[in-house]
Design a protein around this ligand. Sequence first.
Ligand SMILES: Cc1cc2nc3c(=O)[nH]c(=O)nc-3n(C[C@H](O)[C@H](O)[C@H](O)COP(=O)(O)OP(=O)(O)OC[C@H]3O[C@@H](n4cnc5c(N)ncnc54)[C@H](O)[C@@H]3O)c2cc1C
Length: 527
Amino acid sequence: MIESDFIIVGGGTAGCVLADRLTACGKFTVLLLEAGPSDQRLHIQLPIGYGMSFFNPAVNWMYRTEPEPALANRSGYWPRGKVLGGSGSINAMVHVQGQPVEWTDLAEAGGSGWSFEALSAAMNRARERIEGADVSQDTHPLCSTFITAAQEAGFGNEADLSKLGADGVGHFRIATRNGLRLSSARAYLRPALKRPNLAVEVEAHATRIVLEGRQAREVHFIKAGTAMIARARREVILCAGSINSPKLLQLSGIGPAATLKSNGIEVLCDRHGVGRNLQDHLCIDHLYRSRVPTLNQQFGSITGKIAAGLRYILLRKGPLALSVNQAGGFVRSRSGLAAPNMQLYFSPLSYTRTAPGTRTLMRPDAFPGFMLSAQPCRPTSRGFLEITSADPAMPPRIVPNALATQHDIAEMIEGARLLRQLAATSSLRDVIEEELQPGSAVQSDDEMLEDIRQRASTVYHPVSTCRMGRSPDTDVVDSSLRVYGVDGLRVVDASIFPSIPSGNTNAPTLMVAEKGAEIILGKSRSQ
Ligand SMILES: Cc1cc2nc3c(=O)[nH]c(=O)nc-3n(C[C@H](O)[C@H](O)[C@H](O)COP(=O)(O)OP(=O)(O)OC[C@H]3O[C@@H](n4cnc5c(N)ncnc54)[C@H](O)[C@@H]3O)c2cc1C
């Protein structure tokens, strides 16, 4: 039996922040349990290695959703990091803070401690550790064509897409430093590892939280096939992410009574909201055959690969040091909106013809291709997830329930129309040979919607499954991120967002983790 003041379950984006912050003062001991391995692997540190982690079960939970009626009965692929750094070790590194509108929801759910003013210190602390790197000098030349096209279409230029309230189009900043991925494992955990009061167990899969009365006391986990127990003197902090935090709560008897009973699990705390309120970003890609070479040519030829490799080795620059999403922005898909409602992505490569399950970016499509994508910022549909077995090794049933509202359907169509508007500008017309997907046969709203149903997919931002809020009947954690009805148990990760942030979710999750650490260490009001 291992004993510690705090046990953090999950060494991902949020967990690594907490491991650092809670051990910094030296007053507490912390045990971090991570189901996956160390992140000291080339394909994780090398930014372009993203393509190699995408379908790699050694570092990825590789979840699948239920077939979705609104998406032509397709089952979505939901990668999640299973490695130190979590999804922040396998993500596309786009670093954005989103829009201030999120703060209204956070403050409504969490009170004044979650207001814009109260959160800015946490956001700044996160930014000091992980600031989006400006890689605009190194991106593919077509990114500038895309930015000019957007200006032609009437959208503004945004020099810093990573700032809160970014408005317009530009180059994305990415979470890298000196050409290497900058996950929270690298930015927070690594420097903390030398502290004697921090213990990290990798390949340690937590299977259950055990309560003594109302108090969370133990975490049961399996390491190298052996069942082990860790005991928390103060608190258990769940940082297992939006899929695994609610799953672990349900396995531990904390969740909707009907779900627990149907899986033979004793109901210790009937919490209807655990696994409910799931939100995610849905995105539609338009694929073009280009008249000019794209990264497809560079990655598709031996000489191109050697040149990219040499550039990386000598300068830590070039396409191997970048994200696949090199440019994009936050724009309005219709007039009269106070804030941007659509995130755009521009990728100067395409990999649509690779075999399913093998998204290796070094083997992209043979033809010169690029992609434009649109993702509505604030969808209103909500789904759920639930365990289907008491066996911790079994994946949960994930029901995203995408396109469940008219608002979401309308905005997806507006997003697709916006891509067409961009492609019709003279800047992009000059370089587009042909629209390959959806293709010119798709014109009416109904045809656009059908294409969305056939092809739209997640951009991997599930949130809200352990939502923070004021009602124990529908929400999971209170404004101090404590699980309602249980003592000594908090959730601090992307699952606590009351609603989905406008943009990519990593930087907002870092902020939640910084805020969580502040609350746990008693430095801030939470109400
Ligand atoms: C493919 C992909 C691309 C993305 N692209 C971007 C992007 O470009 N920009 C951006 O901002 N965001 C992106 N995201 C989203 C972003 O990475 C996540 O929102 C963020 O990492 C969530 O942080 P988290 O701490 O909630 O969970 P995670 O970082 O997923 O951490 C959870 C950790 O808990 C561990 N764990 C889970 N269950 C257990 C258990 N039972 N026992 C022990 N450990 C456990 C997991 O292995 C994992 O390490 C992407 C995500 C993916 C998957």
